[in-house]
Design a protein around this ligand. Structure first.
Ligand code: FES
Length: 104
């Protein structure tokens, strides 16, 4: 199963084993990262905002319209911003690097 490289909001880095095919948001929460996920993964709250490493961005399916609209409403966005609830983990993302965005 894939490994995820996560940088927390304080800059600390960790590797996380992905044991199930599930959303990146769930993987991060299961690993103990603080993600409020107020909307439960419906791309409607923005609290699961992450920055994807540039080298990985093109390997992810493009953000859908609802995700893109939600990201537009966030303040701390970068070109690499994604909602982690909309990123489905699978073996093709082994080694994916993400950084948690600041809480808004
Ligand atoms: S959990 Fe709410 S937008 Fe992802």
């Amino acid at each position: 199963m894939p490994i995820l490289n996560v940088t927390d909001r304080d800059g600390s880095e960790k590797q996380v084993d992905v044991t199930m095919t599930e959303s990146l948001m769930h993987v991060l929460r299961d690993a103990g990262y603080h993600i409020a996920a107020e909307c439960g993964g419906a791309a409607a709250c923005g609290t699961c905002h992450v920055y994807v490493d540039e080298a990985w961005l093109s390997k992810l399916p493009e953000a859908g319209e609802i995700e893109a609209e939600m990201v537009d409403l966030l303040e701390e966005t970068k070109p690499t911003s994604r909602l982690s609830c909309q990123v489905q983990m699978d073996d093709s993302l082994d080694g994916l690097k993400v950084t948690l965005a600041p809480e808004e």
